[in-house]
Design a protein around this ligand. Sequence first.
Ligand code: SF4
Ligand code: SF4
Length: 343
Amino acid sequence: MYYISENNFSRFLQICDDDYDVFLPVKKGNNRFFTRYTQQIQQPVVGEVRTSDPLKAFFFRAREKVARDFEDGMPAESRKPACIVGVKACDLAGFKVQDSVFINNDYLDPFYKNERENNLIISSDCTCAIDTCFCLALGIKPYPIENFDINLTPLENGYLVEVGSEAGIKIVEIHSQLFTEPNESQKNERDTIREHTKDAVEKNIRNYTIPLKDKFEGIIEKNYESDIWQDEASTCVECGACNAICPTCHCFLLYDQKDEKKMERLRIWDSCMIKDFARVAGGANPREKLWMRLRNRFEKKFDFFPKIADIYACTGCGRCVSACPAKIDIRNVLKRLVHNVYK
Ligand code: SF4
Ligand code: SF4
């Protein structure tokens, strides 16, 4: 473990900017968004809570050119790898799902793998909770324990630094003059911050009576024919925001575009809430109704992924709660599903 002062951390970011496109969270109103680093950014929000935009956008891009003309191989890459600062544990947990789809499966996605191998993740502990945070209900702590290169705990005038990968070890060793040994009081400060944040998330779980993950087993199957799906889907406007914003959602579609000179194949995010998502040639649609698509969304998250990868495809980040214009609240849906089984 190390300590880095705020001044040295600013210098560290400047150094990282030589080799990476550095992104860090800034606050706009009550929300936080990743933005491209410049030295003019005075107040990055390294602590606090997750950004509104999900980390997956740096690894599984919303729009990616995957082929050009009839050339073999990947289209030439012009961007530098990304260094993403201030990533939170609920986003890192999303890697378990994304990795199982794009890497640990029958087909390996070279674009995703490339980003996973080359991007640098400087994560950070949450130092508070907003009322939509419920990571602990899914067994995810509000501070990173894996899948980071370097993790920061924001302290009074600097950061406690934990290294989590070979890439993290290397970059800290190269710039060792910026890091010092932490003292006991700094380590204690980290424990206090972590306890305080856990308390805040637990309070959310109590206030909203959110069920914990040990109650999720079998809730989709047992509620498969329930009226809950139609009831919950009745206000959905089919915008797909819940999928786009989710750190675990990974569906995409491919389309070709051409002009007089070239043809390009693009991959863009798709949404299982959109009517034509599952439509097949000839026009048949196995999930014609909106409520079927909502049920499918929950089935994938709480039934399919536990079966194939032993993980829930929800990290309790609460983004879909904030993003849904129809106010469909995943915490409430889970509560109703669990209640229906355990009443
Ligand atoms: S389903 Fe909602 S709460 Fe769960 S990870 Fe996705 S956006 Fe976050
Ligand atoms: S964000 Fe809400 S309204 Fe939009 S598709 Fe998802 S559930 Fe429906």
